[in-house]
Each structure stands twice: as C-alpha cells, then as structure tokens.
Design a protein. Structure first.
Lengths: 482, 501
C-alpha cells in the first residue's frame, strides 16, 4: 500500500487564502445586493492583503510539503509580496474602471483571485508538475479575463489569441517536461539537477530544456515568442493588462529563475550564450517596435517586452548578483508598470479607453497631478534617477559587467536611450501639446487614488532608498544558491 | 547627522521646490517670489564656501559623507575643491538672475516653471559637489529632465524637436558613461578588494593602461564631449538654445555646458591619465576646429540667439584646449574661462532675451540704431559683447590669454589657429553689435522701445560687475583653483605610464 504523503497546508497558506477568497466572491455574487459589486472587490482585496500578511509573517522560514513539490522559502515569499502587491493594486484600480466601462461583474474578481493563486503557487513550485499546474491555473483565468469586454471585437481577438498561443506554449512546456522526465526519471527540480550533472549533453536533456525554455519564453513574452503580447495588451481591459504585465510575468520569472539557478545551475554556462542572444533580441525588438506605436497600450506591450529583455540580461549574467538584480528589477518594474496602467484606467471614459497617445494631449494642463504621476512612472521606465527604474537597471547592467558581459550591458544601455524616445513622446504630448477637442474631467476614485499613491511611493522609495530592498532581494535568493 | 553647508546649498532648492508644490497655482507672484527667495538664500548660504575655503589646500573641503547603499559601495559623499567651488558659486549666482529674468517672460504655468528651475539647480550643484560616482550619475541624469521641460514647455515654436534632441543626445552619451562607471567599479573592486564608487578612493587607484582604460575613458569622454559640446557633437546646442526661453538659455549656457568640461577635469584626466594623454591630440584638434568653426558659423547667423549659441561652441573649444594642454596656465585658464563663459554668455542671452521681449524678434536685420532709442541697454550690451570677445581689462581676456599661453607651449600651430578664433570673435560680435546698435533706426517699431527697467538693471549690473572684477583682478578667482590644478597635474604626471610632455 502506498503511504499517503504528509499534508502540510501551511506551506500553501497564501495561495489557499486567495483561492478561498475567490470562492467567497463567487458565493457572495449570488446574494443581494446584485446591482453593486463594490463589496466583492472588498472581499477580493481582503483576500489578497491577508495572503500578503501571511507571506510576510512566514518570512525567514523554510517550509516544504507534498514530498518537496512545494517549497515556501524566502525566495517564494519575495515573489508572493510582489504578486500580492500587484493583485491588490489591480483590484483597487478595477472598481472604478469596471463601473465606468460597464463591465462590472462578480466573476471578474473571482478570476483575478484564481489567477493570483496560480501565480503564488508557481513561485513555490519545485517540481515541474506543480510548475505546469500553476501555470495553467494562472493562465486559464487570464484567458477569460482578457476577453472580459465581450462586445468588443479586439477583446475576442485578444482572448482567442492569448488562449491559442498559450495552449501551444503549454504543450511545448509539457513536452519538455516529459522529455526531461524521460531522461532523468524524475520531475523534481532538485533531482533533475543531480541527474543531469553527470550527463549534461544528453540530447533528451537538451531538447527538454529547450522546449521548457520555449514555454517560459511565451509566458514572459521574450522575443521570438512575444507575438501575442501587443494584441492581448490592447484588447484586454486595462486592469487585466496590468495583471498580465506584472503579476504573471513576475510569477513566470520566479519559476524560470528557480529552474535555472536550482535545477540547471551546472549547465548554466552553456545556456548563457542562448540567454545572451535572447536578451539582446528581446530588448532590441521590443524597443525598436515600440517607437512605431501610437496606441499607448501597444507601446507599453512592446516596452514590457524590452524590460523582459533587460531582466534576461540578469539571467544571462547569473549568479547571486544577476539574480538578485532581476528580483529587485521585478519589484521596481511591478510598481512602475502597475502605476502606469493605473493612470490609463483612470483616464478611461465610459465605453471607451484613452489609449491613443493623442488622447493625452494637454493632460499636463487639465490634470497636473495625474500628468505628473504618469510622467514620473514613465521616467522610471526610462530609468531616470532617482526613481526605481534607474536603480534596477543599474543593478542589472552592473551584474552583467561583473559577469563579463560588457557588450550586453552596452547594448542594454543603448536600448534604454532608444526607449527614452517613445516614453518621452507621451510626456511631450501631455505637457507640450494642446488637446484637440473638449475633454472630460477625470477624477480618480478614492480606491484608484490610493492605488496610484502606493505605486508612486514605491517608485520614489525604491529609487531613493534602494538599500533595504536590495538586501531583501539578496536574502531571497540565498536559499537557491545553497 | 546635521547637514553641512554644502548639503544645504545642494538640497535647499529642491526643498524649496517641494514647498512650492503646495502653493496655490493662481498666485503667480507668490510662486515667483518664493522661488527667487529660495535661490537667493541658496546663493547667500553658498558664500561661506568661498570665504571659508582654504586656497592653499588641494584636498576636498566641506566634505560630508553618509552611508547610502553600503552593500553596493555607494555613499552620499560631497565636497568641493578649487574647481568645483567656482562652478557651484557660478550656479548659485546665475540661478536668481535666471529666475528673475523670467518674471514677465513666463506667464503660463508659472508653478511648474519655478519648480523645474529649482530642481534643476539642485541637480547642477549636485553634479559639481558629488564625490561618489553613483551619486554623480544620479545628479547628472536627473538634471536632464527639468531642463527638458524648460525647453519643451516654455520654449519657442520648434521647442519639442529641440527638447527631444537635447535629451536623446545627452542620454545616449551618458548611457555609455554608465557602463564605463560600472566597468571602473568592478575593475577597481577586483584589483583592490574594495567595491566602492567613492571618487577619491577610485582616483587614487592606478587604472592599468591599455585597451580597458581607453574604452572607459571614451565612455566618459563621449558623455562629456556631447555636453561641452565638442565639435562634432554640438548639433543639439543651437536648437536647444534658440528654442529655450531666456532663463533656460542663461542656465544652459552658463552652467550646463560647464558640466562636460568639469567632467574631463574631475574624471577624465585624473582617473584615466594615460588615455587622456593618448587621445589628447585628437581632443586638441577637435577643440581648435570647434573654435574656428564656431566662430565662422556665428559670423553668418541672421538670428541673435543662434549667433550666441555658435559662439559658445567656439568659446568652449578654448576651454577644452586649455584643459588638454596639461599645463598650469592652460588648465587655470580653462577653469577661469568656464566661469567667464558662464558670465558673458549668460549675460548675452539675458540681454538678447530683453530685446526679444520688447520686439518679439531676434533677427539682426530687424534692428539697427538702438543706441539712439535705448542707450543704457546699448552701453551695458557693449560691455558684455566686449567681454565675450576678450577685450583686455574684461574677464574674457584673462581666460583666453592663459589658455593660449598654455597652448603655445604644447603646439604652436594649433595655438596660432586658435588665436584666429579670437579675431573671428571680434568680427562676428562687433559686426553684430554694429548692425543692431549703431546706424539709423531702420524700423518704425524700434523707435518705441523703452530702456532698461529697474528689474533689468538689477539683473545685468551684477553680471557686469563680475565681468569687470575678473578682468581687473582675476586673482580673487584663480587663487583658489591654482593649488587644485597643480595637484591635478601632479596626479596625471605621477600616474601616467606613457611619456608626459
């Protein structure tokens, strides 16, 4: 008889709390009051914040469960904080945005929570099967969320495209996992590492790793697996776009780093060349194509591709420096990107979204505060000190120089200079051009204002006082390096 | 820790800017007055820096150090020596003038304007006082953004193009400097075991000569050459100057252009002596080419502001020439010429702005015979023009004379070519003056111009005072720099492995 593995739910606590909140939202949605959904948002927010607090309380511990398939170490907890933070911001921004765009529904909050729980699980997965499960849990919810604006053509396209290409990517990932299982006889990341240490050039291992990389490449939208991103970013509701751009990316990076640093550390040197090329391509394509975009959401899609490229620079550099730089960058990127999309949701009017760059003409005059906040987020994305993005890039490229990837760092900084052009174009429009027609008054709701304020404080704080957060990131990767 | 004088001077403007964000938008007078008061207070507080400065010492003074990112080795470390002292004072002196010059010119979005200017002031002072490479980079890049807004929001018709060009040029340059700083940081760390961005520590270390040093030097040099601007990296300058509002032009010419030359003095020469000597001849050639080219192009400009802008290319060429002579006269001349250019060209832009405010044109052809209408303006303008062309007894002469003295010891041919730049300066400046001020009044509108208002007197007189002071008694200003420059030369000599001229 097979002994039942010991079950310790404590390790899953943050994810379980979020799932529980999601179920509660579904139940409450059936009860009155039916016309307003604000209370559902409160429940969702409560769930995310509870998960955040649970994660913070668990800091420093090291739990394992389900035969080491799930690990709750500082590394996972760092990502828990990033993801919960992103999810909380997105819930806050959604309340008003969904009401104005007429897409308010209970399922929305439930799906956001289910997706979040998938992300949380993904960060603690130390077994490829769990990785796959978590990715599916995260993605399936996001596929539905992307098509939330049912009546809009782009929404259907976004959802369909995301689903089809995502399904392909999942197939690649699963096939890669199967090959690795065939080569090593296990799906545990640790045991795969031990097994392939002796036979790093086994063709099955190489093929398996390659296919897993393709799967992840899709999830983090690195070139050449980025084709879905612009359409999905454009068609999805802006707050969902924010979740795709921040939370899902952070979670996928978490698993990717764990895989590379934990599992394939021994073959890392051989993969550095591949990552070098991926990083160079991803940043360059992302930035160059972004220049041509006049739709703000498409521009941000390409810009987020470019940012993934910067983070891949860190992965190519590897080691403690490179990896902790990615962690810090993800934190900075999440604050900044969530904030940027947040301003876009605030600027959305009933039934239509302000997504054309020209819609922002004269924003600096009409809404000085909102324009200033957006300008700060964009400057942080460019990497202007003293904002979060600057410190993040400094750490990433510093790690690259340290690892000997001098030319990759040069390419990276030149890319950031190119990127300045299209981010500045938005600032130019806001401050230096006058609006064409009459403009509606935009006042962020209380919840939206709180969300933007939190993001703003984060962006400035990470830029001015990065030291404690860097220490946090370095502490987080320590368990992986053992 | 209580902040020292230097920190107060650096951070007071940004603190003032933060306070002004709370001021109501409608009260323009309050905003202008508040900003002016903050910048004047900054100037007054910066005076003890000069009074308490030990001119005999070459080491950093008024130093302050505070941990910032210990795990990275970056700290808040500020201090000044004889070179940065003058530039800090130049900045704090020009800022109130620039703000007051915009009293009537900037009526739209005053709040944003004064905040941008004050943030800019902190950025500029920060660049000059930073003794930590990371801190320097933060100020260097942060300073770009307010200047970008000043040009792009309050500039002329083609302002957006000019602003974006300015930012992209500078960013591309500083991007490579960032990599060079990182490379320097790791090389130093690996070689000595201490990973630090601390400038004095890194400067004491001898960077191994060779490809590595050359590449790092080029990384820094490109960023600085764009900022100077050294020919052929100057094309952003005429656009930025012509489109910027007067206050922006004054600060751009007065202070921002000095950052490039300052960078060479603070980082290029002492950290990379071999590379500086290797690339020295190229820089010298470009500098002299810039002197002559800038002067020639100035001569044919129909627009007053463009003329002054190209004259900056020429004048900054002199500064670069002085710096890369690597001798006492040249370097002291270069430093003093940085201050001179800040005063003279700042004053030129200021006065061009004054007649632009009256006539809304800057074309030389639209003027003529102004002496008969506005004699006080014309007289002061004459002093400024003469100072810019290097008349003995005024400030420009002192700097150019020292620079040429230094240059003649290094390369007679180049020095002779550079001297023609002075002659051409006389040509374009006097010809411009003649067409604008002398002769008959050719345009009806010019007859109704009013002469300097009390506010404008108050703006120009301090500048003219210093123009004369430096011309008559330069020791007040060269005094503090000499020890520093001597130490700099010694440093280059002792660290360089290639033969020193």
């Amino acid at each position: 008889m097979i002994p039942a593995p010991p079950i310790s739910l404590a390790v899953l606590a943050p994810a379980l709390i979020v799932i529980g909140a999601g179920c509660l939202v579904l139940l409450l949605d059936l009860l009155p009051p039916r016309e307003s959904k604000a209370h559902l948002a409160t429940v969702a927010l409560g769930g995310v914040v509870a998960a955040l607090l649970t994660s913070l309380a668990a800091w420093g511990g090291r739990g394992r469960a389900f035969r080491d398939m799930v690990i709750l170490d500082n590394y996972a907890l760092f990502f828990h904080v990033v993801i919960c933070y992103a999810a909380a911001l997105i819930v806050l921004l959604s309340i008003d945005y969904l009401r104005r765009t007429g897409a308010e529904s209970g399922e929305y909050y439930a799906l956001v929570l289910f997706s979040t729980s998938g992300m949380l699980l993904l960060t603690s997965a130390s077994d490829l099967i769990v990785v796959f499960l978590a990715i599916e849990l995260m993605s399936l919810s996001l596929y539905v969320l992307a098509g939330l604006f049912k009546r809009r053509r782009q929404a259907g396209e976004a959802s369909m495209k995301y689903f089809l290409l995502g399904a392909f990517a999942s197939a690649f990932l699963l096939y890669g996992i199967a090959l690795l299982y065939g080569a090593t006889g296990t799906t545990s990341i640790d045991r795969i590492a031990t097994a392939i240490a002796s036979t790093p050039w086994d063709p099955l291992v190489i093929a398996g790793l390659g296919l897993v990389m393709v799967g992840f490449g899709f999830k983090i939208s690195s070139v050449p697996f980025h084709m879905w991103a612009p359409d999905v970013y454009e068609g999805a509701p802006t707050c969902v776009t924010a979740l795709i751009a921040t939370g899902s990316k952070a979670a996928a990076f978490a698993a990717l780093i764990r895989l590379f640093l934990g599992g394939f550390r021994l073959v890392h040197a051989d993969w550095a060349a591949v990552l070098w090329v991926l990083a160079a391509l991803t940043m360059t394509v992302g930035n160059v194509v972004a220049i041509a975009q006049l739709n703000l959401k498409r521009m941000l899609a390409y810009s987020s591709i470019a940012h993934v490229g910067y983070m891949l620079v860190g992965l190519a550099a590897g080691g403690a420096a490179g990896t902790s730089a990615i962690l810090f960058y993800l934190l900075a990127y999440t604050f900044t990107t969530a904030g940027t999309f947040g301003v876009i949701t605030v600027c959305a009017r009933t039934g239509e979204e302000a997504v054309d760059v020209r819609d922002y003409a004269g924003l600096g005059r009409r809404h000085p505060v909102l324009a200033f906040v957006l300008a700060l987020f964009l400057l942080s994305l460019i990497g202007v000190p003293p904002l979060a993005g600057f410190v993040g890039k400094f750490y990433l490229f510093g790690a690259a120089v340290r690892a000997g990837f001098l030319w990759l760092a040069v390419l990276g900084v030149l890319n950031s200079a190119v990127a300045a052009y299209y981010y500045l174009r938005v600032i130019v429009t806001m401050y230096m051009q006058e609006p064409e027609g009459p403009s509606a008054s935009l006042v962020p709701s209380f919840a939206g204002g709180v969300a933007l304020a939190i993001a703003l404080v984060g962006v400035v704080l990470l830029g001015l006082m990065p030291a404690p957060f860097v220490d946090l990131a370095q502490g987080a990767i320590a368990p992986l390096l053992r | 820790m209580t902040p020292g004088v230097l920190s107060i001077v650096t951070l007071l403007p940004v603190a003032g800017a933060l306070a002004l964000t709370l001021a109501p938008r409608r009260h323009d007078a309050l905003l202008r007055g508040g900003a002016l008061a903050v910048s004047l207070a900054t100037f007054v507080i910066s005076l003890p820096l000069y009074l308490g400065f030990d001119a005999g010492s070459a080491s950093y003074q008024f130093e302050e150090q505070m941990a910032w990112m210990p795990s990275l080795g970056a700290a808040y470390h500020v201090g000044i020596d004889g070179i940065s002292l003058l530039l800090v004072l130049l900045t704090t002196f020009l800022m109130p003038i620039a703000l007051a010059s915009a009293w009537r010119a900037i009526e739209d979005r005053t709040k944003e304007f004064v905040i941008a200017m004050l943030v800019l002031e902190t950025g500029m002072i920060g660049v000059f006082v930073s003794l930590d490479l990371f801190l320097f980079l933060v100020f260097w890049e942060a300073m770009l953004i307010p200047m970008y807004f000043v040009i792009g929001v309050w500039g002329g018709p083609n302002r957006i193009y000019a602003a974006v060009k300015f930012v992209l040029y500078t960013m591309a340059g500083s991007a490579l400097m960032l990599v060079a700083i990182l490379a320097l940081y790791y090389q130093h760390g690996v070689a000595t075991g201490t990973f630090t961005f601390d400038l004095p520590t890194v400067t004491r270390w001898v960077v191994p000569a060779g490809l590595g040093q050359n590449l790092m030097f080029l990384g820094f040099a490109l960023a600085f050459a764009i900022k100077v601007p050294l020919f052929p990296f100057h094309t952003w300058l005429p656009d930025a100057h012509v489109e910027a509002p007067t206050a922006g032009s004054v600060i751009l010419a007065g202070v921002l252009l000095k950052m490039g030359t300052y960078g060479f003095l603070r980082f290029g020469l002492p950290i990379f002596p071999d590379a500086s000597l290797t690339f020295g001849p190229i820089v010298l050639a470009l500098a002299v080419f810039g002197i002559v080219y800038g002067a020639w192009v100035s001569t044919v400009q129909p627009d007053l502001k463009k003329l002054v802008a190209y004259s900056s290319v020429s004048h900054l060429g002199f500064v670069m020439l002085g710096i890369f002579t690597f001798n006492m006269q040249g370097l002291v001349g270069g430093v003093i010429q940085m201050v001179n250019h800040g005063l003279s060209t700042g004053a030129l832009f200021l006065m061009v702005g004054m007649i632009y405010e009256r006539r809304h044109t800057r074309l030389i052809a639209d003027f003529g015979g102004l002496w008969k209408v506005i004699p006080a303006f014309s007289a002061l303008y004459l002093v400024v023009v003469l100072s810019s062309l290097g008349l003995p007894g005024l400030n420009g002469f002192v700097g150019e004379f020292l620079i040429l003295l230094g240059a003649f010891q290094v390369n007679r041919g180049l020095a002779a070519l550079a001297t023609t730049g002075i002659i051409f300066a006389a040509v374009y400046l006097l010809w411009m003056y003649q067409r604008v001020i002398f002769g008959e009044v050719t345009h009806e509108e010019n007859l109704r111009l009013h002469d300097l208002s009390p506010r404008e007197w108050a703006l120009v007189v301090p500048l003219v005072l210093f123009i004369v002071w430096i011309g008559v008694y330069p020791a007040t200003f060269t005094g503090p720099t000499e020890a520093t420059v001597e130490a700099l030369i010694n440093q280059v000599q002792s660290k360089a492995s290639v033969a020193f001229r």
